[in-house]
Design a protein around this ligand. Structure first.
Ligand code: SAH
Length: 231
């Protein structure tokens, strides 16, 4: 009798767990279809990554149910995880290849880093808020991403030790493009960065480096949290 009861309990737990997992998989598939594909994201690798990364496991507990909503969410310390479309759009602009090395400034929740890690070989991500850096580093590891290296520092200086990078993605709004980041970009590399004053609409810039020359293109208006500096 005892055996039957424990088998029934076991089956119930499995059923609840798989229904729970299924609920988020369904929400994620719907998010990709309605928020990304319908708005023009076409890069297969980006869509695959956004279909795979469990965004609900990277947001604070209070927002788990809203993880796949069409908006940014608060992640504590006055910071936010970007709206799914912005993550997809910025990633698509980088035109990544599977063995690229990418630097991200602003780890935040770790979601953007996880999306990159699904597409490319090595991700380096820097976060200035120590508590966020620690929590994101642990979360990323618990999700099994062993190709993301994180550190707590001011990303203005980039990550010299692993430079140059095929691509750089900055997820906080800077008043100017940090010159160390341009230096650490490979020739032929691309960088996306929101530029403008904090608390106003900023411009999402695509920076390209070709034969030593740097060109910038304004892609769309965006609103990001400010790029801060260590005092
Ligand atoms: N990419 C993140 C978005 C986080 S919001 C995600 O997917 O969740 C932007 C992040 O940039 C914040 O966590 C903020 O603390 C961080 N940030 C701001 N200025 C920074 C700097 N100079 N160096 C590194 N991180 C910075």
């Amino acid at each position: 009798m005892k055996k039957i009861v424990s088998a029934v309990i076991c089956l119930l737990v499995i059923a609840i767990a798989s229904a729970y997992g299924q609920e988020y998989e369904t929400k994620r598939a719907r998010m990709v279809e309605t928020q990304l594909v319908r708005r023009g994201i076409t890069d297969g690798a980006v869509l695959r990554a956004m279909r795979t990364v469990p965004r609900h496991r990277l947001v604070p507990e209070t927002y788990v149910k809203s993880a796949y909503d069409d908006r940014p969410l608060a992640i504590g310390y006055g910071q936010t995880i970007s709206q799914p479309f912005i993550v997809a759009y910025m990633t698509e602009l980088l035109m990544l290849e599977p063995d690229d090395r990418v630097l991200e400034i602003g780890t935040g929740s770790g979601y953007q880093a996880a999306v990159l890690a699904e597409i490319i070989g090595e991700v380096y991500s820097i976060e200035i808020v120590p508590e966020l850096a620690k929590a994101a580093g642990e979360r990323i590891l618990s999700l099994g991403y062993d190709n993301i290296r994180t550190k707590n520092a001011d990303g203005y200086h980039g990550w010299e030790e692993y430079a140059p990078f095929d691509a750089i993605i900055v997820t906080a709004a800077a008043e100017h493009i940090p010159p160390p980041l341009i230096r650490q970009l490979k020739d032929g590399g691309k960088m996306v960065i929101p530029v403008g004053s904090p608390f106003f609409t900023q411009s999402l810039m695509l920076v390209e480096k070709k034969e030593g020359r740097t060109t910038t293109k304004n892609m769309m208006p965006v609103i990001f949290v400010p790029f801060t500096r260590v005092k």
